[in-house]
Ligand binder design. Sequence first.
Ligand SMILES: Nc1ncnc2c1ncn2[C@@H]1O[C@H](COP(=O)(O)OP(=O)(O)OP(=O)(O)O)[C@@H](O)[C@H]1O
Ligand SMILES: Nc1ccn([C@@H]2O[C@H](COP(=O)(O)O)[C@@H](O)[C@H]2O)c(=O)n1
Length: 196
Amino acid sequence: MPFIIAIDGPAASGKGTIARALSQHFGFHHLDTGLLYRATGAKGGDPVAAARGLTPADLARPDLRSAEAGQAASRIAAIPEVRAALVAFQHRFAAQDPGAVLDGRDIGTVICPDAEVKLYVVASDEVRAARRAAELGADPAQMLVELRERDQRDSQRATAPLRPADDAVVLDTSDLSIADAISRAITAVDLARQGR
Ligand SMILES: Nc1ncnc2c1ncn2[C@@H]1O[C@H](COP(=O)(O)OP(=O)(O)OP(=O)(O)O)[C@@H](O)[C@H]1O
Ligand SMILES: Nc1ccn([C@@H]2O[C@H](COP(=O)(O)O)[C@@H](O)[C@H]2O)c(=O)n1
Protein backbone atom coordinates (compact mmCIF):
# COMPACT_ATOMS: atom_id res chain seq x y z
CA MET A 1 0.00 0.00 0.00
CA PRO A 2 1.47 3.39 -0.93
CA PHE A 3 2.07 5.81 1.93
CA ILE A 4 0.07 9.01 1.41
CA ILE A 5 0.86 12.41 2.89
CA ALA A 6 -1.91 15.01 2.55
CA ILE A 7 -1.00 18.66 2.98
CA ASP A 8 -3.65 21.38 3.01
CA GLY A 9 -3.84 25.00 4.06
CA PRO A 10 -4.50 28.54 2.87
CA ALA A 11 -2.65 30.27 0.06
CA ALA A 12 1.10 30.80 0.44
CA SER A 13 1.27 29.14 3.86
CA GLY A 14 4.21 26.98 2.76
CA LYS A 15 2.41 23.78 1.69
CA GLY A 16 4.31 23.36 -1.55
CA THR A 17 7.69 24.05 0.04
CA ILE A 18 7.05 21.39 2.67
CA ALA A 19 5.50 18.94 0.19
CA ARG A 20 8.49 19.14 -2.16
CA ALA A 21 10.93 18.63 0.71
CA LEU A 22 8.99 15.64 2.07
CA SER A 23 8.83 14.03 -1.35
CA GLN A 24 12.60 14.38 -1.74
CA HIS A 25 13.33 13.19 1.80
CA PHE A 26 11.14 10.09 1.60
CA GLY A 27 11.50 9.38 -2.13
CA PHE A 28 7.77 9.87 -2.73
CA HIS A 29 5.95 11.34 -5.73
CA HIS A 30 4.66 14.91 -5.37
CA LEU A 31 1.58 16.56 -6.85
CA ASP A 32 0.82 20.27 -6.41
CA THR A 33 -2.93 19.96 -6.95
CA GLY A 34 -3.31 23.75 -7.13
CA LEU A 35 -1.66 23.50 -10.51
CA LEU A 36 -4.63 21.52 -11.84
CA TYR A 37 -6.99 24.35 -10.89
CA ARG A 38 -4.62 27.06 -12.08
CA ALA A 39 -4.26 25.34 -15.48
CA THR A 40 -8.03 24.87 -15.76
CA GLY A 41 -8.69 28.54 -14.98
CA ALA A 42 -5.98 29.71 -17.37
CA LYS A 43 -7.41 27.77 -20.33
CA GLY A 44 -10.49 29.96 -20.45
CA GLY A 45 -13.75 28.93 -22.09
CA ASP A 46 -16.00 26.38 -20.39
CA PRO A 47 -14.16 25.45 -17.17
CA VAL A 48 -15.74 21.99 -16.95
CA ALA A 49 -14.58 21.12 -20.48
CA ALA A 50 -11.18 22.65 -19.67
CA ALA A 51 -10.80 20.48 -16.56
CA ARG A 52 -11.88 17.33 -18.42
CA GLY A 53 -9.41 18.05 -21.23
CA LEU A 54 -6.31 19.04 -19.23
CA THR A 55 -3.04 17.99 -20.88
CA PRO A 56 0.57 17.92 -19.63
CA ALA A 57 1.21 20.99 -21.81
CA ASP A 58 -1.54 22.89 -19.95
CA LEU A 59 0.22 22.14 -16.67
CA ALA A 60 3.55 23.37 -18.02
CA ARG A 61 2.32 26.87 -18.94
CA PRO A 62 4.78 29.49 -17.65
CA ASP A 63 2.07 31.91 -16.44
CA LEU A 64 0.39 29.69 -13.84
CA ARG A 65 2.12 31.08 -10.73
CA SER A 66 0.78 34.64 -11.16
CA ALA A 67 -1.73 36.20 -8.75
CA GLU A 68 -4.22 36.45 -11.64
CA ALA A 69 -3.94 32.72 -12.32
CA GLY A 70 -4.51 32.09 -8.60
CA GLN A 71 -7.69 34.16 -8.60
CA ALA A 72 -8.99 32.48 -11.76
CA ALA A 73 -8.23 29.07 -10.22
CA SER A 74 -10.12 29.95 -7.06
CA ARG A 75 -13.21 30.99 -9.04
CA ILE A 76 -13.44 27.83 -11.17
CA ALA A 77 -12.52 25.65 -8.16
CA ALA A 78 -15.93 26.44 -6.65
CA ILE A 79 -17.70 24.62 -9.51
CA PRO A 80 -18.54 21.05 -8.37
CA GLU A 81 -18.26 19.59 -11.91
CA VAL A 82 -14.76 21.02 -12.27
CA ARG A 83 -13.68 19.40 -9.01
CA ALA A 84 -15.29 16.10 -10.00
CA ALA A 85 -13.39 16.11 -13.31
CA LEU A 86 -10.06 16.29 -11.44
CA VAL A 87 -10.66 13.58 -8.83
CA ALA A 88 -9.64 10.48 -10.82
CA PHE A 89 -6.28 11.96 -11.80
CA GLN A 90 -5.50 12.79 -8.16
CA HIS A 91 -6.54 9.31 -7.00
CA ARG A 92 -4.32 7.66 -9.64
CA PHE A 93 -1.43 9.87 -8.61
CA ALA A 94 -1.88 9.04 -4.92
CA ALA A 95 -1.88 5.31 -5.65
CA GLN A 96 1.77 5.23 -6.76
CA ASP A 97 4.36 3.24 -4.81
CA PRO A 98 6.20 3.79 -2.59
CA GLY A 99 4.13 6.83 -1.64
CA ALA A 100 2.85 10.24 -2.62
CA VAL A 101 2.63 13.74 -1.22
CA LEU A 102 -0.30 15.81 -2.45
CA ASP A 103 -0.80 19.42 -1.44
CA GLY A 104 -3.94 21.51 -1.93
CA ARG A 105 -7.12 22.47 -0.12
CA ASP A 106 -9.18 19.26 0.14
CA ILE A 107 -6.60 16.48 0.14
CA GLY A 108 -7.05 15.34 3.74
CA THR A 109 -10.81 15.92 3.75
CA VAL A 110 -12.00 14.74 0.31
CA ILE A 111 -9.33 13.35 -2.02
CA CYS A 112 -7.32 11.19 0.41
CA PRO A 113 -9.34 10.98 3.64
CA ASP A 114 -7.38 7.84 4.62
CA ALA A 115 -3.94 9.43 4.20
CA GLU A 116 -1.44 8.20 6.79
CA VAL A 117 -0.33 11.77 7.56
CA LYS A 118 -2.37 14.95 7.24
CA LEU A 119 -0.73 18.32 7.72
CA TYR A 120 -2.65 21.58 7.77
CA VAL A 121 -0.12 24.33 7.17
CA VAL A 122 -0.96 27.86 8.26
CA ALA A 123 0.78 31.22 8.76
CA SER A 124 -0.53 34.66 9.62
CA ASP A 125 -2.09 36.63 6.77
CA GLU A 126 0.65 39.26 6.94
CA VAL A 127 3.47 36.72 6.86
CA ARG A 128 1.93 34.89 3.91
CA ALA A 129 1.42 38.13 2.00
CA ALA A 130 5.00 39.21 2.64
CA ARG A 131 6.39 35.87 1.46
CA ARG A 132 4.27 35.78 -1.68
CA ALA A 133 5.04 39.45 -2.45
CA ALA A 134 8.76 38.71 -2.19
CA GLU A 135 8.36 35.68 -4.44
CA LEU A 136 6.42 37.53 -7.16
CA GLY A 137 8.05 40.96 -6.76
CA ALA A 138 4.65 42.39 -5.84
CA ASP A 139 3.28 44.84 -3.28
CA PRO A 140 2.66 43.13 0.14
CA ALA A 141 -0.49 45.20 0.82
CA GLN A 142 -1.96 44.18 -2.53
CA MET A 143 -0.98 40.55 -1.89
CA LEU A 144 -2.73 40.66 1.48
CA VAL A 145 -6.00 41.66 -0.20
CA GLU A 146 -5.53 39.02 -2.90
CA LEU A 147 -4.77 36.17 -0.47
CA ARG A 148 -7.63 37.04 1.87
CA GLU A 149 -10.09 37.19 -1.02
CA ARG A 150 -8.93 33.80 -2.28
CA ASP A 151 -8.95 32.19 1.20
CA GLN A 152 -12.46 33.47 1.82
CA ARG A 153 -13.74 32.07 -1.46
CA ASP A 154 -11.95 28.77 -0.89
CA SER A 155 -13.23 28.31 2.65
CA GLN A 156 -16.82 29.40 1.98
CA ARG A 157 -17.59 27.38 -1.13
CA ALA A 158 -20.15 24.60 -0.73
CA THR A 159 -18.07 21.81 -2.29
CA ALA A 160 -14.80 20.68 -0.68
CA PRO A 161 -14.16 23.92 1.21
CA LEU A 162 -10.75 24.68 2.67
CA ARG A 163 -10.69 23.33 6.23
CA PRO A 164 -8.46 21.11 8.35
CA ALA A 165 -9.38 17.43 8.54
CA ASP A 166 -10.35 16.41 12.07
CA ASP A 167 -7.18 14.30 12.32
CA ALA A 168 -4.80 16.82 10.75
CA VAL A 169 -1.67 18.07 12.50
CA VAL A 170 -1.71 21.87 12.33
CA LEU A 171 1.70 23.38 11.51
CA ASP A 172 1.98 27.16 11.95
CA THR A 173 5.00 28.36 9.95
CA SER A 174 4.63 32.07 10.81
CA ASP A 175 7.73 32.08 12.98
CA LEU A 176 9.52 29.08 11.48
CA SER A 177 12.36 29.11 9.00
CA ILE A 178 11.87 26.89 5.96
CA ALA A 179 14.36 24.39 7.43
CA ASP A 180 12.50 24.27 10.77
CA ALA A 181 9.10 23.88 9.10
CA ILE A 182 10.43 20.98 7.01
CA SER A 183 12.04 19.40 10.03
CA ARG A 184 8.74 19.43 11.96
CA ALA A 185 6.93 17.94 9.00
CA ILE A 186 9.52 15.16 8.69
CA THR A 187 9.08 14.38 12.40
CA ALA A 188 5.31 14.10 11.96
CA VAL A 189 5.76 11.70 9.05
CA ASP A 190 8.42 9.65 10.87
CA LEU A 191 6.04 9.20 13.80
CA ALA A 192 3.27 7.98 11.52
CA ARG A 193 5.61 5.59 9.70
CA GLN A 194 6.74 4.06 12.99
CA GLY A 195 3.12 3.41 13.93
CA ARG A 196 2.23 1.84 10.60
N1 LIG B 1 8.81 28.80 6.67
C1 LIG B 1 9.02 29.69 5.70
N2 LIG B 1 9.79 30.78 5.93
C2 LIG B 1 9.99 31.70 4.95
N3 LIG B 1 9.49 31.61 3.69
C3 LIG B 1 8.75 30.54 3.41
C4 LIG B 1 8.47 29.53 4.39
N4 LIG B 1 7.69 28.59 3.81
C5 LIG B 1 7.48 28.99 2.54
N5 LIG B 1 8.12 30.15 2.30
C6 LIG B 1 8.10 30.93 1.05
O1 LIG B 1 6.77 31.45 0.96
C7 LIG B 1 6.31 31.40 -0.38
C8 LIG B 1 5.02 30.56 -0.44
O2 LIG B 1 5.36 29.22 -0.12
P1 LIG B 1 4.69 28.00 -0.91
O3 LIG B 1 4.69 28.26 -2.38
O4 LIG B 1 5.33 26.77 -0.40
O5 LIG B 1 3.21 28.14 -0.36
P2 LIG B 1 1.91 27.33 -0.79
O6 LIG B 1 1.11 27.18 0.45
O7 LIG B 1 2.29 26.09 -1.53
O8 LIG B 1 1.24 28.38 -1.79
P3 LIG B 1 0.03 28.17 -2.80
O9 LIG B 1 -1.19 27.95 -1.98
O10 LIG B 1 -0.10 29.43 -3.56
O11 LIG B 1 0.36 27.00 -3.68
C9 LIG B 1 7.46 30.84 -1.21
O12 LIG B 1 8.18 31.92 -1.75
C10 LIG B 1 8.31 30.09 -0.18
O13 LIG B 1 9.67 30.06 -0.53
N1 LIG C 1 -6.87 20.84 -3.87
C1 LIG C 1 -7.06 22.10 -4.30
C2 LIG C 1 -6.01 22.88 -4.76
C3 LIG C 1 -6.25 24.15 -5.20
N2 LIG C 1 -7.52 24.62 -5.21
C4 LIG C 1 -7.84 25.93 -5.77
O1 LIG C 1 -6.84 26.41 -6.63
C5 LIG C 1 -6.36 27.69 -6.21
C6 LIG C 1 -4.89 27.78 -6.50
O2 LIG C 1 -4.22 26.87 -5.66
P1 LIG C 1 -2.70 27.11 -5.17
O3 LIG C 1 -2.44 26.02 -4.16
O4 LIG C 1 -1.84 26.98 -6.38
O5 LIG C 1 -2.64 28.46 -4.57
C7 LIG C 1 -6.74 27.79 -4.74
O6 LIG C 1 -6.95 29.13 -4.30
C8 LIG C 1 -8.05 26.99 -4.70
O7 LIG C 1 -9.14 27.77 -5.09
C9 LIG C 1 -8.54 23.84 -4.73
O8 LIG C 1 -9.71 24.29 -4.68
N3 LIG C 1 -8.30 22.59 -4.29
